[in-house]
Ligand binder design. Sequence first.
Ligand code: R5P
Length: 322
Amino acid sequence: MVSYEEIKIISGTAGDPLAKKVCEELGVTLAEYDLGRFSDNEIKVQLLESVRNKDVFIINPTNPPAENLLEMIFLAEAVSGSSAGRITLVPTYLGYNRQDRKDRPRVPITSRVIAKMLSIPAVDRVLLFDLHSEPTMGFFDNHIKVDQLYGSSLSIPYIKENILSKDLVIASPDKGGGPRAEAYSKRLGLEDYVLFAKSRPKPNEIAADSIRIIGDVKGKDILFVDDMMDTGGTISADAKKAKEADAKDIYVFATHGLLSKDAVKRLDESPIKEIIITDTVSQPEGKLETKNIKITTLSVAPLLADAIKKIHRGESISSLIL
Ligand code: R5P
C-alpha cells in the first residue's frame, strides 16, 4: 500500500539549476522554501508549502562549501517534521567520497562519515550518481535503500554520435579505473583499452615523470573516462604523455566536473581537444569559457527525471543504466 502522493522536488542552493531542469522534465514546480541566515550566520530554513504525504526528492551536491551538505540535512529534517510521505536524498555529487579507507595512519574514512550523516531516520532512500568509491554504498544505515546512476548513460550515446571512430581507444587515467575503461570499450564495440599508470607521492599529487602507458596509443584518438575531474592535473599530465607517444586527438569524459582552483586554465593549456562533463556539479557563469579546448556539458536532468518517475512508481531503474 503506497502511503505517499505526488512527487515534490526540493533543491539546495547549489542543486537549484539542475533541480529546475528536472522539474521541467517532470512537469512539476520546485517546492518553495525560505533560506536565510541567523545573525551568527547559521543556516535558517522554512518550507513555504505543505509536503504532507508527498514523495519528496531533495537534490543538492554535497561537496564544499559545507553549507551544501547542511542544507540537504536541514531540508530533510524540515520535510520529515512536515509529515512527508517518503523522502529520497539525491546528492548529485557525493562530496567527501574519495577518502574511503584508512590508507595512511590517523585519517578519517570521510565517505563513511558522510553516508552516516545522510542516514537520517526519516529518510527512506538515496539516489547516488557515479560514486568515486563503490564501497560507500555499504556505509549507509540499513534502513536506507541505495540506488546509483552512472554518467555512462549520457556519455555512451554522445561518444557514439560524436567521437567514435575505428581509431578510437578508451583510456583510464589510473590503474584503478581499468574496469571502467574496459566496460566503455566493450559497450562501444572497441577491442582494447589503455591504462596510464603513475605514482602519487601524496594524494592529489602526480609524479609527472612516473607516468607509464600500458597499451598502444600511437596514431590513435584517445578518450579518457573518469568519474571526476578536480584540478585537472591528472588528465593534463596524461594528455601530454599521450601526445608525446604520438596519439592523435584527445578527448576526456568525466561525470563530475569539480574543476577546482585553476583547473579550466590548466586544461585549456593542455593538448586535449574536447572535455565532456555533466551538470551534477553546477558551474558559476563564465567558468567554462576556454580559448583552445571545447568543453561540452551533458545534462543529467532527463535521466534524473526518469529515475525519479520510476522510483515514484516503484519500478526498477536498471533500464536507465548503460
Ligand atoms: C582519481 O582516482 C580520480 O579518478 C581522478 O582521476 C582524480 O581525482 C582527478 O583529480 P585531479 O583532476 O585533481 O587530478
